[in-house]
Design a protein. Structure first.
Lengths: 197, 197
């Protein structure tokens, strides 16, 4: 740790780097104490800069991925190609950042605050804009939830539970096999449903 | 705790009851020490009867649900109705045991041993038999993984992340909206895919 500067912005950066490593290794089980130790800073600095471990988690993720960047090419796609573009963006992004993203999902399943942040991050900033862009009707909430159910399940099966052949399949294979479902949820007919929930 | 018998089978039962409560409250974060305390037994008894917390978890789940029972009516369905029957069985079972099953999923996302047990439980004892029964071709592994991706995502979205409108929707609504996807993965055409993975 010798030679590291201790100015405010450097401290913040050190915490982020340490947190990225610790979260990637151990998910949210990595403690703030452990992160502070690896960063060579006082644990109080984590509260100072990030408020909580959840805030730090979000900062670490946001550091690497902005949902708006990921979905930008999707929003430019033809409606008939939207599902393929969305899945391609998802799989490429996840393949490139698998360890941190998998840690986020693991943690969100048992931390309700983080689950809310993931919902905001994924649903509001990625899924909903895509659905709003391509939906042929006003059933945005329904289409978004259906889309989320397939996409989160793909993530869970491929990256977390690692079920074959999905876990090792090429991105193209994944897109070929899942796109029809996603396209249906985005632009296909939905069943008439009482109460329209 | 006074008046409780300490015979072997009673001890086992006390541990199971305590574990069911603790796991439902806190997922796998519930410690063996906590479970032993609630059961009024020595923690060593948990190791004695169940080997590990993972073994205990599996016993708690198996106590309530046998996948073979859940899928029995599905295996008797017409092929064209298989997806609706499978989803109905899944949603009814989960709605009735939501707290323990959600705890299992939360824990499986961060415990690789438990994830393996869930894979066996879900994939080998529920998904694969259904796919084997209804698949029109020999692409059992592919259909099973695709089916798992939609079913696990439904579970994650409805029960764990609790995204609306899926979280509060009636079982019939869920079946109506997800069954076409599940039916497609079970019996529909699959894309030709290099390497057939």
């Amino acid at each position: 740790m010798s030679g590291r500067r201790r100015g405010p912005s450097t401290t913040r950066q050190q915490i982020l780097e340490a947190a990225r490593e610790v979260f990637a290794d151990r998910g949210v089980d990595g403690t703030t104490r452990e992160i502070a130790q690896r960063a060579g800073v006082d644990p109080a600095m984590i509260a100072h800069y990030f408020g909580s471990k959840g805030g730090l988690f979000q900062a670490v993720t946001a550091l690497q991925i902005d949902p708006a960047d990921v979905i930008a090419p999707v929003l430019d796609a033809d409606a008939s190609d939207a599902a393929r573009q969305l899945l391609t963006a998802l799989v490429r992004t996840w393949d490139a950042h698998a360890s941190v993203l998998s840690a986020v999902v693991r943690s969100a399943t048992r931390n309700t605050v983080l689950a809310g942040q993931v919902r905001t991050f994924v649903l509001e900033r990625a899924v909903r804009p895509v659905v709003t862009r391509f939906s042929p009707d006003d059933r945005i909430d329904t289409r978004a939830a259906l889309l989320a159910s397939q996409i989160t399940g793909l993530v869970l099966t491929r990256y977390i539970l690692r079920w074959e052949p999905l876990a090792s399949a090429d991105p193209d294979w994944v897109v070929d096999h899942i796109a029809p479902t996603v396209q249906g949820y985005l632009t296909g007919p939905l069943p008439d449903s009482p109460a329209g929930r």
